[in-house]
Design a protein around this ligand. Structure first.
Ligand SMILES: *[C@@H]1O[C@H](CO)[C@@H](O)[C@H](O)[C@H]1NC(C)=O
Ligand SMILES: *[C@@H]1O[C@H](CO)[C@@H](O)[C@H](O)[C@H]1NC(C)=O
Ligand SMILES: *[C@@H]1O[C@H](CO)[C@@H](O)[C@H](O)[C@H]1NC(C)=O
Ligand SMILES: *[C@@H]1O[C@H](CO)[C@@H](O)[C@H](O)[C@H]1NC(C)=O
Ligand SMILES: *[C@@H]1O[C@H](CO)[C@@H](O)[C@H](O)[C@H]1NC(C)=O
Ligand SMILES: *[C@@H]1O[C@H](CO)[C@@H](O)[C@H](O)[C@H]1NC(C)=O
Ligand SMILES: [Zn+2]
Length: 928
């Protein structure tokens, strides 16, 4: 039963002669062109030969949106001393070469680059390019602003960056510009939630290049490099099913067939009068490679990626040789050869796989962690550059919750008002670039990391104007109504607070302000007493004990559920391998985590402690070393325990690179299992030294058990579940029974040979001795069947936390945070989260509502919920609504029109969300 028929309703083929139907929403407004032609033929795909082995050559370039150079340097081809790469020349050259021969094909991926290039072209060139796209000679694949990282990105930011790129393609090229294939050839491991999102964005398939070397070997033997990924355990199939193809050679050409200017492989020398004629040799080598490759795939079609990083700057070299290769290989067919080579694209290749009408292996787990050899686990980047990871996450919160929503609620004045001209676009683009697989992943050079942070800071500045204008435009009474709907306590002047916080754009510092607003809270009860030589802190919901001898946490109780676990927490560091050892020469670096030993060093057995009590919070401050401290915070009205850690500057005077973790050792019986989220959404089970789809030979007992934690991880047994919600992406593992460790900071002295060419040793003018990082872990202890009721809203709150915390007293925001903030008429049902509310164009806003529970995880909340779109907002009238796919570049159902009517109690305004479902709407609105 693990084989299913690939059942995709693919509608491939030419865009030539598309018919377009206008569709109107319920109020009769023309919604625009929305349908794609029912292309039965496939004029843009070259014909294949059913009785032969068909080799699909896919010319492509992989253009990182920042890595060794900044995104701008890559675009212009600046700083070629660092790396020779210039995207503008690539696009110039490829377009010229495509025009020369209509057989040629090219795919382009990163809209961040394409968009820049497009803006600079003459209208004649734009017209030519449109034609190339219409004829399928230039095909967009993926089409997001960048090719996102899959381990360290939050789903909300991924959806946004895809939406920006795909919107540009739709508006520029119409239906022919809509990519059918997701192309994630370089990310270092693959997240299930990414596959789920791609499926919901309407992609027909996903191709990638990197997976664990043991997994690949197994899949080659079983011919399972092409499979069907069932990417959600909650969404009804085939909603989150995605055909997935693993490319044969990463994303590079086969050995000996690289004809870029960067390569040294021999060109095809086909003049028989000249001495070094090599056609026979080239053809022979090619046929051998093709036949060999065909043995590990299922159909009589195989794909070859003809390109690599920043290739095709001089596209003539590639195309001239590919033309010849195709000519000479196919010429042999006259002599009985059964190999047919053609220019192709991923969607033309996918179409053939679909036509083959086979069954494909079904996969339900993910592709983490990724190892390319026995001691080479790419699990370090889950934590690399922790300050950048946090800054990216805070920026996302501010964009979503402050900038986007205030822009909608404030109306046009928010973009142009008393404080000048502002926009959310700058921040949106900065965030989109930051999702790239060498950005938030932390695998770029230091100067490039600085550039990402600078772009985000600039985005904040543009948002600040939007926010100021928006607030100024709202009368103080309506401001009160919007932001503090359920508040009857007066808080600090809203605008001052907001501006103060928005002002704080220092990328290396965490936003850190004292909130005087909180002082209005009454203390319910909080006592500290000494019992049996243990310090006990009792709050309304939690009880925490510390061992007075060591100063470490010793237990945690939930007073409501009457459960208690033993809980010791401390800090440790792994000694990073320098690569000089017998097993392998691999050091720990920006990508790779390779500890020298499986036993981490303790930083201190004991902590010096101090207790501080304010009106709303009880704090236990712990010092472990001059470079490691923590504040354990207990808020009176909170169900969670906050651990605010500060780590750095990590000492390196002993010349040892260090990877610093905190470890929670508990009495929970975990049986070598723990759980991590995927991109902040669905949760996956992880088992020590185990992979669900192949027999693992474990060669790195620590690094090989690390997984990305995006927003939460938990351990549980039948009685207790301890959930840790993080404030940024981090790596984590459960190595011992009952324990959960999270890597917080890394400082390394060697490059790890994956291209970045720098040791991960972050220093800045603010931190000349080495980066100091501060962050929070939120712990909650629950009964497993109700744990999600706590951690789901909590994690959303942390993601969207940065500012709204300051608007309402804690007690209010915990129960009414959405209402307090977003101008909603009433709090949404607990299962529903307002994912997106952003201005789309003059009179339309984009709305995404999501069900935030998995189908199995909550008795109370894992049920379908219905929301009325017209009753959502207190300051907006909703006049019309149309549903879109997840990335908002296609009308849902290719346009069965919704029968919306304006009657407020009409049930058609009601939308139902099932567990884990996200629904996307374009709303026509009017400010009340
Ligand atoms: C696909 O294969 C199934 C049997 O596996 C067969 O019933 C069906 O007709 C085939 N479809 C096409 C279009 O060939
Ligand atoms: C605020 O309102 C709630 C309920 O409406 C009430 O219980 C509470 O006492 C009020 N608080 C203040 C400070 O007025
Ligand atoms: C924000 O920063 C600007 C310039 O740095 C400063 O003039 C202004 O007073 C700041 N605003 C607040 C509210 O701190
Ligand atoms: C926050 O409060 C602390 C202690 O009360 C004080 O030292 C610090 O200056 C305050 N910081 C800000 C930004 O107000
Ligand atoms: C730490 O690792 C380094 C390099 O891998 C090694 O030379 C050294 O002996 C290790 N130190 C300890 C204390 O284990
Ligand atoms: C795609 O772009 C066209 C042309 O601008 C527009 O009319 C249409 O509404 C867009 N489709 C979607 C789903 O936004
Ligand atoms: Zn890349």
């Amino acid at each position: 039963p693990n084989k299913v028929l690939l059942d995709l309703n693919i509608n491939f083929g030419t865009c030539v002669g598309n018919s377009t139907d206008g569709v109107a929403d319920v109020q009769g407004q023309f919604r625009g062109f929305s349908t794609r032609a029912d292309a039965t033929g496939s004029a843009s795909c070259h014909a294949t030969k059913p009785d032969m082995l068909n080799v699909h050559l896919v010319p492509h370039t992989h253009d990182d949106v920042g890595w060794l150079k900044t995104v701008d340097q890559y675009y212009y081809g600046d700083r070629n001393d660092i790396q020779h790469a210039g995207v503008q020349y690539i696009l110039d050259s490829v377009v010229d070469q495509l025009i020369k021969n209509p057989d040629r094909r090219f795919i382009y991926v990163e809209t961040a680059f394409f968009y820049r290039w497009w803006k600079q072209q003459s209208s004649a060139t734009q017209q030519t390019v449109k034609q190339l796209v219409d004829e399928g000679r230039l095909e967009f694949v993926n089409g997001g602003w960048c090719m996102s990282d899959e381990a360290t990105t939050h789903y909300s930011a991924v959806i946004d960056q895809m939406t920006i790129g795909l919107r540009f393609l739709n508006e520029t090229f119409g239906p022919c510009g809509r990519p059918r294939v997701a192309w994630h050839i370089d990310p270092f491991g693959h997240a299930r939630e990414h596959a789920s999102m791609f499926a919901q964005m309407g992609y027909d398939g996903l191709f990638f290049g990197r997976l664990d070397y043991q997994d690949r070997a197994h899949r080659m033997r079983e011919k399972e490099q092409e499979l069907l990924w069932r990417a959600s355990d909650s969404l009804t199939p085939p909603m989150a099913d995605l055909f997935t193809g693993i490319l044969p050679n990463g994303y590079n050409p086969p050995e000996g067939f690289c004809w870029d200017q960067f390569c040294d492989d021999p060109p095809i020398r086909d003049d028989p009068d000249l001495e070094d004629y090599n056609v026979d040799d080239v053809v022979k080598r090619f046929l051998a490679i093709a036949k060999n490759q065909a043995t590990v795939y299922k159909t009589n079609h195989i794909i070859m990626t003809m390109g690599s990083d920043f290739q095709y700057e001089n596209a003539n070299l590639w195309y001239k040789n590919l033309d010849k290769l195709i000519h000479y290989v196919n010429a042999l067919q006259a002599k009985g050869s059964k190999v047919n080579v053609l220019y192709s694209t991923p969607s033309c290749y996918l179409q053939e796989l679909h036509r083959a009408n086979l069954t494909w292996a079904l996969k339900t787990d993910d592709f983490f962690p990724y190892a390319d050899d026995a001691h080479d686990f790419w699990t370090g980047y889950f934590t690399s550059r922790p300050a950048l990871k946090r800054y990216e996450r805070i920026s996302n919160g501010n964009l979503q919750v402050i900038c986007n929503q205030l822009e909608v609620l404030g109306g046009p004045v928010s973009r142009k008002g008393p404080f000048g001209e502002g926009d959310s676009q700058t921040m949106k683009k900065a965030m989109a670039v930051a999702q790239h697989h060498d950005a938030v992943s932390g695998t770029e050079k230091q100067h490039v990391a600085n550039d990402y942070a600078r772009k985000l800071a600039e985005g904040w500045q543009h948002c600040q104007v939007v926010v100021s204008n928006s607030l100024a435009g709202l009368s103080s009474s309506s401001a009160e109504r919007i932001y503090c709907d359920n508040l009857n306590v007066s808080v600090c002047p809203l605008t001052d607070l907001l501006l103060f916080i928005i002002n704080n754009t220092d990328p290396m510092h965490l936003v850190h302000v004292n909130c005087t607003c909180m002082c209005f809270l009454n203390i319910i009860h909080m006592t500290k007493y000494r019992k049996l030589n243990i310090c006990v802190y009792v709050l309304q919901f939690l009880q925490v004990t510390f061992d007075p001898d060591t100063g470490l946490l010793s237990s945690l109780s939930n007073l409501e559920t009457k459960q208690t676990i033993k809980l010791t927490q401390n800090f440790y560091w792994y000694n990073a391998s320098d690569g000089k050892n017998m097993d392998s020469s691999q050091p720990s670096g920006a990508y790779i985590f390779r500890p020298n030993s499986s036993t981490p060093f303790g930083i201190s057995r004991t902590a010096k402690t101090e207790t501080v009590q304010t009106s709303v919070v009880q704090e236990v401050r712990q010092w472990f070393a001059p470079w490691v401290s923590q504040v354990v915070r207990l808020y009176t009205d909170s169900r969670t325990l906050e651990l605010e850690w500060t780590v750095g500057p990590v000492p390196i005077d002993d010349h040892l690179g260090k990877e610093v973790i905190t470890r929670l050792d508990t009495s929970i019986k975990t049986s070598e299992i723990f759980y991590t989220d995927s991109n902040g959404r669905e949760v996956l089970q992880r088992r020590k030294d185990f992979r669900p789809t192949w027999q693992l030979k474990q060669s790195e007992p620590i690094a090989g058990n690390y997984y990305p934690i995006n927003s939460r991880a938990f351990i549980k047994d039948d009685e207790d579940q301890l959930t840790v919600v993080t404030d940024r992406s981090q790596g984590g593992a459960s190595i011992q029974n009952g324990s959960l460790e999270i890597m917080l900071h890394r400082r390394l002295l060697y490059d790890d040979f994956r291209g970045v060419g720098e040791p991960l040793n972050e220093i800045s003018s603010i931190f000349p001795e080495g980066l100091v990082v501060r962050g929070r872990l939120l712990l909650s202890l629950d009964r497993p069947p109700t744990a999600a009721d706590t951690h789901r809203p909590l994690a959303q709150q942390v993601v969207l936390q940065p500012l709204f915390k300051w608007f309402c007293p804690v007690s209010q925001l915990r129960t009414h945070h959405v209402a307090c903030f977003s101008g909603l008429q009433a709090a949404l049902p607990p299962a529903v989260h307002l994912l997106t509310l952003t201005q789309w164009d003059k009179d339309k806003v984009l709305l995404r509502l999501e069900h935030q529970f998995q189908s199995w995880e909550s008795k109370r909340n894992s049920k379908p919920v219905t929301v009325n779109l017209q009753k959502l907002f207190s300051t907006l009238d909703v006049l019309g609504a149309s549903e879109l796919n997840l990335s908002a570049n296609q009308w849902k159902d290719e346009m069965s029109r919704f029968d919306w009517t304006p009657q407020t109690d009409h049930s058609d305004w009601e939308v139902t969300l099932r567990p884990m479902e996200i629904r996307t709407f374009l709303l026509r609105v009017r400010l009340r």
